[in-house]
Design a protein around this ligand. Structure first.
Ligand code: ATP
Length: 302
């Protein structure tokens, strides 16, 4: 959102951004259809709007950046009286691909929830490049550094372009093209009759599950996150498409730091680093070979 007063497009982006700040992860896109239908009335009220923009608000500048990447140190978290994370510590180097593995209930999604600042740790610290997620960032600043792609990120009615750009409508065309390439969508765009301007149907119904997943990844990448969090991106893919997506993940990790909740063996094996969680603690971290004895049995047998 740029400085000055907002146009309708910027307002929609702003409302989506506010929704992103306020919503739990699964509610991120809930208001998108309502926003679309409300566009006409927004146009009528645009002249009387006088909303402050992001740059008008007070910002806490991170005091230092040392390029050290993402660090969790002794992170604890509890839901009411039950402790879910019990002092988890691990390091994600910059521009690496880290898989978080472990049995159901180990705390993988909870780690994502804390990384997205949807919840706060009860103890310990999360830092990015040496700057504390909580004390040295506003929520907006932190979220601007983090992208999140859920397992089923719903698409909206509209074109491919709308779906990729709606949270970053000002992104320039050359960055958009790069992101399309990075997310592995270039062949699809070439094949579609109107390229990026092809309608994708209700909730992206004219696209395959893998293509929808790539659109969700492209949408997140467009905002230039420093850390991209992906919740098992290959879960609905056959093995050919799974392999393509893994190539995509490697391409992305050259540009930004990737943290993936991994259920599939291939997602775990292809990572630079695997962090194994069990009962809220890090049991092991390192290469697949380093950690295979600590993985749930179905992942340790390859
Ligand atoms: P899975 O692989 O099955 O998704 P996970 O490793 O991601 O599991 P989490 O979803 O982080 O595990 O859950 C860790 C523990 O926290 C589980 O025992 C879960 O029941 C509990 N939990 C998760 N969300 C809540 C909540 N909102 N309130 C209370 N307990 C919760």
């Amino acid at each position: 959102v740029s400085s000055g007063h907002m146009g309708v497009g910027e307002l929609v982006a702003f409302l989506l951004y506010v929704n992103y700040l306020a919503a739990p992860m699964s509610g991120l896109f809930d208001i998108a259809p309502a926003l679309q239908t409300g566009l006409a009335s927004l146009e009528r009220t645009q002249e009387v709007l006088d909303l402050p923009t992001e740059t008008d608000r007070e910002r806490h500048k991170p005091s230092q950046t040392d390029g050290s990447g993402l660090l969790l140190q002794g992170v604890r978290f509890r839901y009411s009286d039950r402790e879910i994370l019990k002092g988890a510590s691990f390091h994600v180097p910059r521009n690496s691909y880290t898989a978080i593995a472990g049995p159901s209930g180990a705390g993988k999604s909870t780690v994502f929830s804390l990384l997205g600042r949807f919840h706060d740790p009860t103890a310990g610290a999360i830092t990015l490049d040496g700057c504390d997620a909580h004390t040295e960032h506003t929520l907006g600043e932190w979220r601007a550094r983090i992208g999140l792609v859920e397992q089923n990120s719903p698409l909206m009615y509209g074109t491919l372009r709308d779906n990729i750009t709606y949270a970053a409508p000002d992104a320039d065309e050359s960055w958009l093209r790069q992101v399309v390439e990075m997310a592995g969508l270039a062949a699809l765009v070439k094949r579609l009759p109107d390229g990026l301007d092809t309608a994708v149907g209700e909730h992206g119904s004219s696209l395959s599950g893998g293509e929808q997943q790539r659109v969700a990844i492209a949408r997140s990448l467009l905002a230039r996150p420093e850390i991209l969090l992906l919740d098992e991106p290959t879960s609905h893919l056959d093995s050919a498409h799974e392999q393509l997506l893994i190539e995509t993940l490697h391409r992305i990790s050259a540009e930004c730091t990737l943290v993936v909740i991994a259920h599939r063996l291939s997602t775990i094996q292809s990572a630079d680093q695997v962090v194994v969680l069990n009962a809220g603690q890090v049991m092991a971290s390192g290469s697949y070979d380093d950690v295979r004895d600590y993985l749930p049995t179905q992942h340790a047998t390859a």
